[in-house]
Design a protein around this ligand. Structure first.
Ligand code: NSS
Length: 435
């Protein structure tokens, strides 16, 4: 082999190097042979490129025989002349001169038309698929765009703990574990710790795994998901909502800008994402109930919305929507009661369009220590575990608000994924922790 630089498929498909000798490497994506020809397609992180071997053109005869033997997913280095060929994927192919098999793969277990269960068992191999690869790139962009936005708006990224002694989101979905001689939990949310940090850094955010023992299997729930959370001092509900919508629009625009190729493959028009503009429509919970009643769904005050209701509420909307001012019984102890309507709290959910459902949960926080104690007691929580949190209301309490965004839910919406499991390489659900 020569000392030529390895080029990615994407680079070669630009076509600038037609007529030149080029070198690439990757994994065999497809292969077949016929007489003196071997037709391969090589996959790398950037895409696929066709590489055709003609025995008479090969500089090492043995390499032709190796290419004939090499099965799908064998790793290879390829060198040859780049030519235009309208029949090839992407319009170019390499006419191969050298073909070095780095590793001869065993017969690959994944072939066409396999069950979802089988693909989950072979997830460590299925992550090589085109679909999961393209969605992974979009997830990278979502995280990068979010960090970019926070950085430009004066937020500090912080690193809250995952092992914790205090539940943020109620006992029903807590994962409990033995922590030496004590009881501990896996974090459901970084919120309580972010609240502690606003007293020094004022505006903070974190990107962490969160854990929920979700017992139902749905297309929106994981037991381990990535949680983007922010907390802002001196901010009420309306200011918090502005941050959520601006962040969402920024992420959508960046993904449209950076991931055109991926979106196209996944069937999402980048144009649709560029149309995500602020402000997003705002509805109170009470209005949402009325809207649902008009569509024939009678819910009681206090009922939560399931997937069908979320779908109905967003089906006529082009933008994500906010649902604000939820009944206090339905919501967490830390949400501030609305001084103008004591039936509700100052909070919002944000629902993505197209039936993707809730992507953000947010609220203004209760600042009065007495009130927090009453509510924790009413829930039967052990106050001992929350003393440190109550201290935050004892030493310079200020108005503050924050939100949590489900990273996989946002990726699913932007990438038009049918199921949340496509947005995380190794999804955890009630009956799956392997591979
Ligand atoms: O429960 S949330 O609505 N809110 C909180 O945890 C707050 N403590 C966040 C905060 O204010 N710092 O969860 C926030 C979001 C929710 O809107 C979903 O998008 C996502 O987290 N989420 C999930 N994604 C995937 N799977 C599961 N099980 C899940 N649960 C919540």
């Amino acid at each position: 082999m020569s000392e030529l630089e390895f080029l990615k498929a994407e680079e070669l498909l630009k076509g600038d190097m037609v007529g030149q000798r080029v070198r690439t490497r990757g994994w065999i994506y497809r292969t077949r042979h016929k007489g003196k020809m071997v037709f391969t397609v090589i996959r790398d992180s950037s895409g696929i490129i066709q590489a055709t071997l003609f025995k008479g053109d090969m500089e090492e005869e043995k390499e032709f025989e190796d290419a004939k033997k090499a099965l799908v997913e064998s790793s290879v280095e390829v060198e040859g002349i780049l030519v235009e060929d309208a029949r090839a994927p992407g319009g170019y192919e390499i006419q191969v001169r050298r073909f070095r098999v780095i590793h001869f793969a065993e017969p690959f277990p994944i072939t066409k038309h396999q069950s979802e269960e089988f693909l989950m068992d072979k997830r460590h191999l299925w992550v090589r698929s085109r679909k999961l690869t393209e969605i992974a790139k979009i997830k990278h962009s979502v995280l990068k765009a979010a960090r970019e936005w926070f950085d430009e708006h004066g937020f500090y990224e912080v690193t809250p703990p995952i092992l914790t002694g205090s539940a943020a989101e109620g006992g029903a979905t807590l994962f409990e574990l033995k922590y030496f001689w004590q009881k501990a939990y896996l974090s459901q949310s970084a919120q309580l710790y972010l609240e502690a940090l606003i007293f020094s850094l004022e505006n903070v955010y974190s990107i962490t795994p969160s854990f929920r023992a979700e017992k139902s299997r749905t297309r929106k729930h994981l037991t381990e998901f990535w949680h983007l959370e922010a907390e802002e001092a001196w901010t009420g509900l309306e200011g918090n909502m502005k941050i959520q919508e601006e962040l969402t629009a920024h992420i959508a625009h960046r993904v449209a800008e950076w991931n055109g190729k991926q979106l196209e493959f996944l069937g999402r028009e980048p144009r649709e994402l560029l149309k995500i503009e602020t402000p997003f429509p705002r509805y109170r919970y009470g209005e949402a109930l009325e809207k649902l009643a008009e569509k024939g769904v009678e819910l009681e005050w206090g009922d939560d919305f399931g997937a069908p209701e979320e779908k109905m509420l967003t089906e006529d909307e082009k933008l994500p929507i906010f649902i604000t001012h939820w009944p206090k019984e339905a919501k967490a102890f830390y949400m501030r009661w609305d001084p103008e309507d004591t039936r509700v709290v100052l909070n919002n959910d944000m629902l993505a369009p197209e039936g993707y459902g809730e992507i953000f949960g947010a609220s203004e926080r209760e600042t009065d220590v007495r009130h927090l104690i009453d509510r924790l007691e009413a829930e039967g929580a052990s106050l001992e575990n929350y003393q440190w949190y109550l201290d935050l209301r004892r030493y310079g309490s200020v108005q503050h608000s924050g939100f949590g965004m489900g990273v996989e839910r946002v990726v699913a919406w932007l990438a038009k994924a049918e199921h949340i499991r496509d947005t995380i390489p190794f999804p955890r659900t009630i009956n799956r922790v392997r591979p």
